[in-house]
Design a binder for this molecule. Structure first.
Ligand code: NOJ
Ligand code: MG
Length: 553
């Protein structure tokens, strides 16, 4: 085992969407004490870092991604004492807490914004992005926010517009202002002192704003997607180097940036010794089935070869320096068993297939809550059953673009963020054991079969598989420190690769199709089968089978 490896490279990270994880007080909303109660479940799949989605004080316009105070816990989730207890109890199990830093924007109820918006000459007047209207009174540019509508909102008091990449309740901070940047670094350092083990940096590719000019309209509303104008623009890395210096230096913590707009080719500038973060989440492989990321109705057919290529490029570009966060789900993405496979595929097989890929690629796996159960998307027929504001806005956008209600609903079924946000399924009992109260969001109907308690008893379940994978990773260290090599590149049915260190080589074979597929036995010459999700016959993989072999080198 390579001893220079950091703790966060050797562990499993797990993302918790707090309001849907476990409700300890019966108010229908998951909370911090709920996490503390479930630490043993998390430990059982190997989790050593828990990324918590924002639990700071917030009006919850975007479920916590609109922060009113970086130093306080929202009472819906508990108290600072609860947080300290969680950090402590997790620490006793060798699990560290990772905070979500939302530094591109705040809530419009944050005192910083209230002050900034009160006049043009207050001390914080320049902490957000204010611009005059165009001569005809319209918004400074034609940018469409990520959640729909203009990215600018008018402020009466200042007689100016402010910019918001997301909702109007989420005004963008002005990173050009050094006082503002210091205030953010102070907040982050406060959490380091509290014992945080790392940070996930929300929407961080949008912090540097380019020149304010109109873009070419991309849809009938005359606007252009803000992402195409402001993501990953010149100069952004200077800010992030400063962040790294001021917040991370000298502390044993890791950072992972949400880096929409950063491609595999950019990785060397973003991660590793010379980069700004330890890891970044790229999105190429999760938007593989969209023609245009800003329109859920325009899906495209994708091939396994494309998926393999995207992942292999990222593996290659983090091989020398930097590290890769392996993820297929998060609180903004569809469930992987629904996303990458036909609806009639067996979720137990596909859930284990993706789990195997997660735990055997080179990098730190980021499991999203419920993924370890093989939770699936929901397909509610009434748009009013959905809670997520971006889902509702996107539905309206599709209707205004001329899609039928049925087409818009289909798009929602595939991509709504609520599919990932339905409450975690703990038992086959009432409310899937998530709450004794009324859950804030409907529970997926599949809970009687798909839940942690039942799956713990079933050795063939997705959960039991994740538990085995966690042990496998610990026992076969090439899965942690080995190099990655893609094999069978041109095969469009099997994802195959090796992981090799000084003593061992693992061979991983994943059948992404619903048919049995043959492969050349030579690939596993001299290797012993470590684990398989089906009955393995050498030279042939069963539908959706995942198999891991190992040989000495
Ligand atoms: C990305 C977060 O993951 C998402 O949930 C949120 O809505 C946006 N950033 C805005 O903060
Ligand atoms: Mg609660």
């Amino acid at each position: 085992m390579n001893d220079t490896m950091k703790w966060w490279q050797k562990t499993i990270a797990y993302e918790i969407y707090i309001r849907s994880f476990y409700d300890s007080d019966g108010d229908g909303i998951g909370d911090l004490n709920g996490i503390t109660e479930k630490l043993d479940h998390l430990k059982s799949i190997g989790a050593g870092a828990l990324w918590l989605t924002p639990c700071y004080r917030s009006p919850q316009a975007d479920n916590g991604y609109d922060i009113a105070d970086y130093y306080e816990i929202d009472e819906m989730f508990g108290t600072m004492d609860d947080m300290e207890r969680l950090i402590h109890e997790a620490g006793r199990r060798d699990i560290r807490i990772v905070m979500d830093l939302v530094f591109n924007h705040t809530s419009d109820r944050n005192p910083w914004f209230i002050e900034s918006s009160s006049s043009r000459d207050n001390p914080k007047s320049d902490w957000y992005i204010w611009r005059d209207a165009k001569p005809d009174g319209s918004a400074p540019t034609n940018w469409r926010g990520i959640f729909g509508g203009s990215a600018w909102t008018w402020c009466e008091a200042r007689q100016q517009y402010y910019l918001h990449t997301f909702l109007k309740e989420q005004p963008d901070l002005n990173w050009e202002n050094p006082d503002m940047r210091n205030a953010l670094y102070d907040a982050a350092s406060y959490w380091v002192k509290k014992g945080a083990g790392g940070f996930r940096m929300d929407a961080v590719t949008y912090i540097k704003k380019p020149e304010f000019r109109d873009g070419v309209p991309d849809y009938g509303d005359g606007m252009c997607a803000i992402h195409n104008m402001t993501a990953n623009t010149e100069g952004i890395l200077d800010f992030l180097h400063e962040f790294k210096d001021r917040v991370q230096k000298g502390n044993d913590i890791f950072t992972v940036g949400e880096a929409n707009g950063v491609s595999a080719a950019d990785l060397p500038l973003w991660v590793g010794d010379k980069g700004v973060f330890d890891m970044v989440f790229e999105f190429g492989h999760v938007v593989i089935d969209l023609k245009d990321e800003t329109n859920w109705a325009e899906r495209r057919d994708w091939t396994l070869k494309e998926l393999k290529h995207l992942i292999s490029e990222s593996q290659k570009n983090t091989a020398e320096s930097g590290w890769y966060p392996v993820f297929f789900e998060n609180h903004d993405q569809p469930r992987c068993v629904s996303h990458y496979f036909p609806s009639d595929a067996d979720r137990k097989m596909t859930g284990r297939l993706i789990g195997t890929l997660m735990y055997t690629l080179r990098g730190t796996p980021f499991v999203y809550q419920g993924q370890e159960l093989g939770m699936q998307n929901v397909s509610w027929n009434d748009i009013n059953d959905y809670n997520d504001i971006s889902t509702k806005n996107h539905y309206d956008f599709l209707i205004s673009e001329g899609y039928s209600a049925q087409q818009a609903m289909e798009a929602v079924h595939h991509f709504s963020r609520d599919s990932a946000r339905t409450p975690m399924q703990w038992t086959a009992g009432k409310n899937a054991g998530f709450t004794t109260g009324i859950p804030w969001l409907k529970i997926n109907d599949d809970y009687p079969e798909c839940n942690a308690a039942s799956e713990s008893e079933d050795m063939t379940s997705v959960l039991s598989w994740y538990r085995r994978l966690s042990v496998l990773r610990d026992q076969h260290r090439e899965l942690i420190d080995g190099s990655y090599l893609e094999i069978m590149k041109d095969n469009d049915q099997i994802f195959a690769f090796t992981r090799r260190n000084d003593t061992h080589e693992a061979v991983i074979l994943l059948n992404f199709t619903g048919q049995a597929v043959s492969y050349d036995k030579e690939i596993i010459e001299g290797a012993e089968l470590l684990i398989t999700s089906a009955d393995h016959t050498k030279g042939r993989l069963q539908p959706y089978e995942a198999a891991v072999f190992e040989r000495r080198v």
